[in-house]
Design a binder for this molecule. Structure first.
Ligand code: SF4
Length: 387
C-alpha cells in the first residue's frame, strides 16, 4: 500500500514568519493531527479531529507535485508544519524533494522523535511552555535532539507569554547549551483557527508591547545568547483583490489595483465559481494561507441582487467557515432595499452566512479608525450590522 500523509493545507510561496528562517520565501506543507492541545493554538483546524474531513491523504509524489506547481518548479524551502508533522511518515517526501533541489525545515514540539529528522536542513524544536497547558516530555525532547544531531541545523524556539514561560525558556536553554535559542512573543489572539470563535485578528499594538517586555527581560538578565523575535507573520496583514472589471479605474492618479493581487489563488481560479468571484468588488486574503478572509460588495446604484449572488458563489464554493466577513457596502438609504432582497426565498441560505450591511455614513465617520485596511476586521465589524 502506498504511504499516505495526512495534509491539512499546502500554500505559498510566502515568507516564513517565525524563528531563524524569518523572512525566507517558503512553501508551507501543513499536516493534520497533533498529540498536543495547547490553550493558544492558532491552527486548530490542523489539530482537532472534527476537522479531519477537511484533511486529505496524499502520497509524497502528490505533495511534491503541488509544491512544484506553487513554486513554479523553482526549488524553494519547504516548511513542514502542523499540527505535529512528526506524526506523519515524511521520510519519502523529504528524500524525493531533496533529489529535486528542495530543502526542508520542520517545526515540531519535540514529543515524537523520528529517524528521518536527520535528512532535514532545519529542525526547529518548539517545546511548549506552561501557558500552553502542556507538560514537556524531556526524554522525548532529548530523543528529538539526538535524532537530528547528525544532519540538520537544530534550534529551539519557545513562545513566551508570561514570567513562567520565560523561566521555562531559561530551563530549556540550560538543558541544551549547544543549541541556539529563539524566544518569540506569544500571541493571545489566534489568527488562523478559521473555525469562527477565536479567529481574531492580531492586536499589533499588544504584540509590540509584549515584544518590548521580552526584550527588556532578556537585556536585564544579560541573556546574550538568546535571539528575541517578533511574530512577523502576525503583522503581515492581508492581500487585497480588486474586481477584475475595476482594476483599470483610477483614484488619486493611481489605478485602483495598485499594490493589489494580480491574480487570485489557484484554489479559487480553478473552482467552479471563479468567474463570479473575480467580479466581487474587494477581497481580503490571508497572506499566509491565501484564504479569503472578507469580501466587500459596493452597491452605490448597482443591483444588490447581483452582489448577493456573487457573495453566495464565494461562500458556497469555498470553506464557509474560513470567511470571517461578507459585507454589502451601500448608501444608508438602501438598507431596506437590501433587507427586502435578502427576504426572498432564493436567498434563504444567506442567513447562515451572516452577511453584514456597511452603510456609507458609518464608513465615512469611522474611516480613520478602520484605515488599517488589511490588519484586521474588528473595526469593520464594529461599524456594520448583520442583515
Ligand atoms: S503543538 Fe502546535 S499544533 Fe499542536 S496544539 Fe500545540 S500549538 Fe497547536
Amino acid at each position: 500500500m502506498k504511504e499516505r500523509i495526512r495534509i491539512s493545507e499546502i500554500f505559498g510561496p510566502t515568507i516564513q514568519g517565525e524563528g531563524p528562517l524569518i523572512g525566507r520565501p517558503t512553501v508551507f506543507v501543513r499536516t493534520g493531527g497533533c498529540d498536543y492541545r495547547c490553550h493558544w493554538c492558532d491552527t486548530l483546524y490542523a489539530v482537532l479531529p472534527e476537522f479531519r474531513n477537511e484533511w486529505t491523504l496524499m502520497t509524497p509524489a502528490e505533495i511534491l507535485a503541488q509544491v512544484e506547481r506553487l513554486a513554479g518548479s523553482v526549488p524553494v524551502l519547504v516548511s513542514l508544519s502542523g499540527g505535529n508533522p512528526a506524526l506523519q511518515p515524511l521520510a519519502r517526501l523529504i528524500a524525493l524533494g531533496r533529489q529535486r533541489g528542495y530543502s526542508f525545515a520542520l517545526e515540531t514540539q519535540g514529543s515524537v522523535p523520528q529517524p528521518w529528522f536527520a535528512a532535514l536542513e532545519w529542525l526547529m524544536l518548539s517545546p511548549k511552555p506552561p501557558s500552553s497547558g502542556m507538560a514537556t516530555d524531556w526524554q522525548a525532547l532529548d530523543d528529538c535532539v539526538a535524532a537530528g544531531a547528525s544532519g540538520p541545523r537544530c534550534v529551539v524556539k519557545v513562545a513566551v507569554f508570561d514570567d513562567d514561560d520565560y523561566a521555562y525558556a531559561r530551563l530549556v536553554a540550560n538543558h541544551y547549551p549547544a543549541l541556539p535559542v529563539y524566544l518569540q512573543v506569544g500571541n493571545p489572539a489566534p489568527l488562523t483557527t478559521h473555525a469562527g470563535p477565536g479567529s481574531e485578528e492580531a492586536d499589533i499594538d499588544d504584540l509590540m508591547r509584549r515584544f518590548r517586555w521580552l526584550v527588556d527581560k532578556v537585556a536585564a538578565d544579560r541573556w546574550f545568547t538568546a535571539t528575541v523575535m517578533p511574530q512577523l507573520g502576525r503583522a503581515l496583514g492581508y492581500d487585497v483583490w480588486i474586481a477584475a472589471n475595476d482594476r483599470g479605474r483610477v483614484h488619486d492618479g493611481e489605478p485602483l489595483s495598485a499594490g493589489c493581487l494580480d491574480c487570485l489563488p489557484e484554489s479559487i481560479e480553478m473552482g467552479s465559481g471563479a468567474e463570479s468571484i473575480r467580479l466581487i468588488d474587494v477581497l481580503w486574503l490571508n497572506r499566509e494561507t491565501t484564504r479569503v478572509i472578507a469580501a466587500f460588495e459596493v452597491e452605490h446604484t448597482t443591483s444588490i441582487y447581483s452582489g448577493i449572488v456573487r457573495m453566495l458563489d464565494l461562500a458556497l464554493s469555498s470553506d464557509m467557515h474560513a470567511i470571517d466577513g461578507l459585507f454589502l457596502v451601500a448608501p444608508d438609504a438602501r438598507e431596506e432595499e437590501v433587507r427586502t432582497q435578502l427576504r426572498r426565498p432564493a436567498f434563504s441560505r444567506v442567513a447562515d452566512l451572516q452577511v453584514r450591511f456597511l452603510p456609507y455614513s458609518e464608513l465615512t465617520r469611522h474611516r480613520d479608525a478602520i484605515a488599517r485596511f488589511g490588519t484586521g476586521l474588528k473595526g469593520v465589524h464594529a461599524v456594520s450590522r448583520i442583515l
